[in-house]
Design a protein around this ligand. Sequence first.
Ligand code: AMP
Length: 447
Amino acid sequence: MSFDSLGLCDELLSAIASRGYATPTPIQTQAIPVIFEGKDLLAGAQTGTGKTAAFALPIVQILSEMVLPSKRRSPRALVLVPTRELAAQVSEQMQNYGRRLSLRSTMIYGGVNIQAQIERLHRGVDIVVATPGRLLDHVERNTINLSKIEFLVLDEADRMLDLGFIDDILNIVEYLPSQRQNLLFSATYSQSIKQLADEILDQPQRIEVARRNIAADAVTQLIYSVDRNRKREMLSHLIRKGEWNQVLVFVRTRYGADKLTDELLFDGIKAAPIHSNKSQSIRTRTLAEFKRGELRVLVATDVAARGLDIERLPHVVNYDLPQVPEDYVHRIGRTGRAGEDGVAISLVCSAEKPLLFEIEKLLEYNIPRQTIAEFPQIAVKRGVKAKVTKKSKGSSKPKKKSVQPTKAKPPSKPTKAKSPAKTTTSKRGKAATERPAPKTGRRGSRS
Ligand code: AMP
């Protein structure tokens, strides 16, 4: 299958070529014809599968068939996304494709001055990529007209539900015309997504490019069991000995992100935090530095879990396991994108075993366990030069005198882990968990 055969116009084919895409990904092959046919779509797609282009390309092409004079333009496509970072990424693609066909796209999200957004909307736009809260702010101020929307896209819908956007989404839908095409993309497919789909979609075509709730195939996953108070030491060790140059580390709290960043800096590893307490300009700058390879470690809370698209990101570490099992899938989906291999390592302490159990239940398989035989015997405490005192809990080997110059790089496939790494798996039931459905109490606008 080639992009030519999907019925895309020359301008978009050249845009695709300049992005270096040779062939469409499975979600693109399946979704683009459905969107051209004018049908609603319910798409289950793994993260990093190329789903943005799958909806952006046909929407841009259809909208370009009728471009209005600037001042009279009201948005005709609305893409709702869970985070500002995802808004920026989707908007970048919309802008890239749209400008070749004289379409204007803008991005709307909170945490920044609203005035500039109002002015851009006033000048006229065709496509709006928005987070739900700030969009509602515009609706209430009457600074956006949603009555001409022809396309509604819910991107990473499961994440929007996790973040509690259900009421905002349903509220926004009330302002849209009933005649429109609806596209819903979600990496995981829970009871609540089913319910949202019933509310909003009209006889959707269903597409599933990956098995339900499965994590990205290209990602090698590993578990290292470690004492809670030795996680930081193990992380520094993995980064240094593995010579990792770009690693995204997930922690649970904003405080935890700041603290771990300080500790890594203390260990001489260039790191920076990204979370919702940071201003948007700092978040954007930090992310850009990380993408350019100027920052070795990005320490993130789950705000960064979805949508972040970092080319060839080789390593993701779950320093803390996520509270919501679905977030594990999204976190590790930051690596192994678009055909590249990636490694996702989780540092799991005993208190996190129940969370791991839930994650493995969702995945319907066990993640290989591994130990580091050469885990260093030197513990470096904040501001104190360490002594050789601690015995590595993760090691099955006798205590050694000094740090061994071996690489702690994980094997390319966890199941093929060789000595001294020890791989163990446990027996587990197969049923997948479903999160409770939101209480909406509403009906969709299309009946
Ligand atoms: P997405 O799932 O939309 O976030 O896309 C994940 C990554 O895949 C992004 O870096 C895209 O630029 C890239 N990508 C999208 N479509 C293709 C394609 N047809 N061939 C190669 N890479 C692609």
